[in-house]
Design a protein around this ligand. Structure first.
Ligand code: CMP
Length: 139
């Protein structure tokens, strides 16, 4: 299958970063129900990205290509031009479009320079599929 051919490439990171990503995923109500092996794989596959102040990381209405965890900085969340909230260190975001195959529900813009951990949509889907299939084969 297509998903079987996705390479789950690991990106080196220190223990503190692994813990930050893990805690962010577990604190997200929609992501926290993953299997431990899926969580490990997501932590391993996330890669770092730095964005400048004013950078639109996510634009409302677009197709979602990445899941993010904020490791440093602050980002503003807006919907139809109205402020919904903010995202800071240790928060996972961008999960809705990936989980529900919908367009981005809000825009997310860096208020300061920000450091993010990113996971590509294809990798996210492959990790979700992989554990699902391994579970099925237990029966
Ligand atoms: P997604 O819809 O993929 O892209 C925009 C993201 O903003 C969304 O996923 C959530 O992760 C995040 N988001 C949506 N609403 C809020 C909110 N009220 N406060 C903080 N983050 C939000």
């Amino acid at each position: 299958s297509q998903l079987g051919e996705i390479e789950l490439r690991h990106h080196d990171k220190d223990e503190r970063s692994k813990k930050l990503i893990r805690d962010a995923i577990v604190s997200n109500s929609l992501l926290q129900h993953m299997e431990p092996q899926q969580l490990d794989e997501m932590v391993a596959c996330m890669y770092a990205k730095t964005v400048p102040p004013g950078c639109h990381v996510i634009r409302q209405g677009e197709k979602g290509q990445h899941l993010y965890v904020c490791s440093e900085g602050r980002l503003e969340v807006t919907q139809d031009g109205k402020r919904l909230g903010a995202v800071g260190q240790g928060i996972a975001f961008g999960e809705l479009a990936l989980l529900y195959n919908c367009t981005r529900t809000a825009s997310v813009k860096a208020e300061s320079s920000a450091k993010l951990w990113c996971l590509d949509r294809t990798v996210f889907k492959a990790i979700m599929m992989k554990a699902g299939l391994e579970k099925q084969s237990d029966y």
